[in-house]
Every structure is written in structure tokens, then in C-alpha cells.
Design a protein around this ligand. Sequence first.
Ligand SMILES: [Zn+2]
Ligand SMILES: [Zn+2]
Length: 145
Amino acid sequence: MEEIGELLMMAVWYFGLGLIYGSLAVMAILLVSEVLGGIQRWRNKLAGERLLDSVADVPYHPLPPDNDAAAAAGEGSPPSCVICIEEYERGERCFVMPGCAHMFHRECMRKWLRQGNPTCPICRATLLVAPALAEERVSTAEDMV
Ligand SMILES: [Zn+2]
Ligand SMILES: [Zn+2]
């Protein structure tokens, strides 16, 4: 009888330990993914700031009237900023995307990039590729093969 009691105690003990370690492991995984996400957002922000610094301001000029046809055909950017939905004023400091040539207010673009969005608000083209991160992915993929 004594042995069975001891076995039962051990079973309960290991069950409890399992629960504790299991929940600790889940918490650790959540923590790590949270930290990694934070690092990724931080890198996006840094890359966004660098992009903003590397691209010169463009003062806005409305298209001449004889270019209305081209504007109506959807060429170029809309005459308002999609981030704040306000129309550009002549000579306003604007930011033109290096890749897709979409235009936004410079300050709106700064806010947008600070939120950790490394994509164009209009066409969702990815602005920034973090080269270090891309290399890491490639090397881990090779290790697994
Ligand atoms: Zn704007
Ligand atoms: Zn775009």
C-alpha cells in the first residue's frame, strides 16, 4: 500500500512540474516573439528614417492645365496626400517614393514610417529591404538543407 501511495505522489508531483514547465515554455516563446517583433519594428523605423534622410524634398507643383488628360488617365500621383487626405499646396515639401514615384507630404510619410510601416501607403510596394535580415534567412535555410 505504501508503494502505491508513493507512486501516486510522484505522479502528481511530475504532473505539476509538467504544468509549470509547460506554462513557462509558452511564456518564454511569447516573450521571445514579442522581443523579435519589437526589434523588427525598431529596424523598420531606423530604415525609414534613413530613407527619409536620403531622399530630397520635392516642392509640389500642380500640373499645368494642358496636362489634365494625363492626370485623368491616372498618370502620376493624385493631387492630395492619401495619409492625411489633404490636397497639396503649391511649393509644399513633399516626399516622392524612390521605387513607385508616389507622392506624400514629407511629415505624413515620417509619421507613417515611424509606425513601422515600410511600405508605400498607395501601392503597398515594399520600400525597404533589410539586407542583414535577408542574409540571415538565407543562411538558416541553407543550414536546414
Ligand atoms: Zn499628408
Ligand atoms: Zn506606391
